[in-house]
Design a protein around this ligand. Structure first.
Ligand SMILES: Cc1cc2nc3c(=O)[nH]c(=O)nc-3n(C[C@H](O)[C@H](O)[C@H](O)COP(=O)(O)OP(=O)(O)OC[C@H]3O[C@@H](n4cnc5c(N)ncnc54)[C@H](O)[C@@H]3O)c2cc1C
Length: 389
């Protein structure tokens, strides 16, 4: 006999783990299915750390999600005893030869404006204050501007996923790992889910398949979503003294282009390295053919373009590197909506490379939609409708 669940969550990375946990906590008969055994290194949620910040220069629609997520991470820490959220502060900076103090599009300016509009605790720093407080950023230009948010910091993504899946199982959710979903179809009022190991039925389905979403969802997602390869680098620390004082997570804009930005984290205790990355959106890739190798040429290019003369205290060598992906929409915002052709199927997971910090609250909101028909947090900004034309 086919197993039948109230809700099936397909994909158990950041979004799926949070959703399954919240469903199970609400007493829903739920199953979660993943092609690997999360947390794993094959999708978009690995690499030790993810920045979280209340003021999202990406837009005010994200503020309720990140605020609620900060509460949920603390609740999960209390339940599990695992440290998940390190509140080391976030420093967002622009230090660019083309800096325009009146540019309203500048990411640091947008972050400051949003913090001011919504009463988020922060400080605005000039170049000398940045250099004095954070020696690793001594090379910033005299025109540099910084935004420091004490409530921000970083999350431990693998632990967040593991804890939520453990909690989901404790609340009675069924976890099916190393099982790949191959197709979905409506059968009467239910959804039939075919996998490489059989079929199951569910009244409702949440699809959180990350970079594999387009293949599973078909049109219009296959023409909307692009998968962009990203590389994470852990640069060796040359001068630990530079990082001796309080080190925040950071985002540094140093020019007008998409790749003229880097972000990074404080050195983790005992690791002797600092994790950094930049972003690329110009080249899309096929998830099935993702190049997961990082050679020394890439390491040296990253050092030359993002570290040299910008950040002090690092050597042009890495202790490790890792490849990860962004699933990007045309306007770089999220898609969280019903599937236009499959009834009772909701799609989340196209988060354009900035979703982790919001994932706990998104999971709660999606569970509320299943249980009570609507979520406390308004998700209408993430609807598919905006791409209709
Ligand atoms: C390098 C990098 C840096 C980032 N930095 C930040 C940051 O600092 N702050 C921030 O907020 N966000 C950041 N993000 C974005 C954030 O990490 C992602 O938005 C988020 O982790 C994506 O979660 P997800 O659940 O959508 O995808 P994933 O975690 O990849 O989960 C998708 C899951 O679906 C499973 N799956 C896929 N297809 C199937 C199938 N057919 N059957 C069964 N299972 C399937 C996969 O195995 C996987 O476990 C970053 C992302 C990257 C790549």
């Amino acid at each position: 006999m086919q197993q039948h669940y109230e809700v099936a969550v397909l994909g158990l990375g950041a979004m799926g783990a949070a959703t399954l946990y919240q469903l199970a906590k609400a007493g829903v008969k739920a199953v979660g299915i993943d092609r690997y055994a999360p947390p794993h290194t094959q999708g978009s949620s690995h690499g030790d750390t993810r920045i979280t910040r209340l003021s999202n220069g990406e837009g005010p629609q994200y503020l309720p999600l990140v605020q609620r997520s900060h509460q949920l991470w603390r609740e999960l820490e209390a339940l599990s005893g695992e440290p998940l959220f390190e509140q080391c502060g976030v420093l967002v900076m622009t230090s660019s030869p083309r800096y325009d103090p009146w540019d309203a599009d500048d990411f640091t300016h947008r972050t400051i404006a949003l913090a001011q509009a919504y009463g988020i605790d922060h400080e605005v720093l000039d170049a000398s204050a940045i250099r004095q407080r954070f020696a690793q950023f001594a090379p910033v230009l005299d025109s540099a501007i910084g935004y420091f948010e004490p409530e921000g910091g970083y999350l431990r993504p693998e632990r967040c996923i593991a804890v939520q899946l453990q909690q989901a199982a404790q609340h009675g959710a069924t976890l099916r790992v190393n099982e790949t979903v191959t197709a979905l179809e409506n059968v009467g009022a239910a959804v039939r889910i075919s996998t490489d190991q059989g079929t199951i039925l569910a009244d409702k389905v949440i699809i959180a398949a990350g970079m594999w979403s387009a293949g599973l969802l078909g049109a219009p997602f296959d023409s909307l979503l692009r998968v962009c390869r990203q590389v994470l680098y852990w640069f060796e620390i040359e001068d630990p003294g530079v990082f001796a004082a309080h080190s925040p997570s950071f985002i540094l804009t140093h020019g007008p282009g998409f790749t003229d930005v880097s972000y990074g984290f404080p050195p983790l205790p005992g690791e002797g390295s600092m994790k950094m990355a930049t972003e690329q959106y110009h080249q899309a890739c096929d998830p099935a053919a993702l190049d997961r190798t990082v050679d020394d040429n890439q390491v040296q290019a990253m050092y030359r373009t993002q570290v040299l003369d910008k950040i002090d205290g690092l050597r042009p060598a890495v202790t490790k590197s890792s490849v990860c992906t962004y699933t990007v929409t045309p306007d770089y915002h999220f898609i969280v909506d019903e599937h236009p052709r499959l009834r009772n199927v909701t799609v989340v997971s196209a988060c354009s490379g900035h979703g982790f910090k919001h994932s706990a609250a998104l999971g709660e909101a999606l569970a509320q939609r299943c249980v009570q028909g609507a979520s406390d947090i308004d998700l209408s900004a993430f609807s598919l409708q905006r791409f209709a034309n």
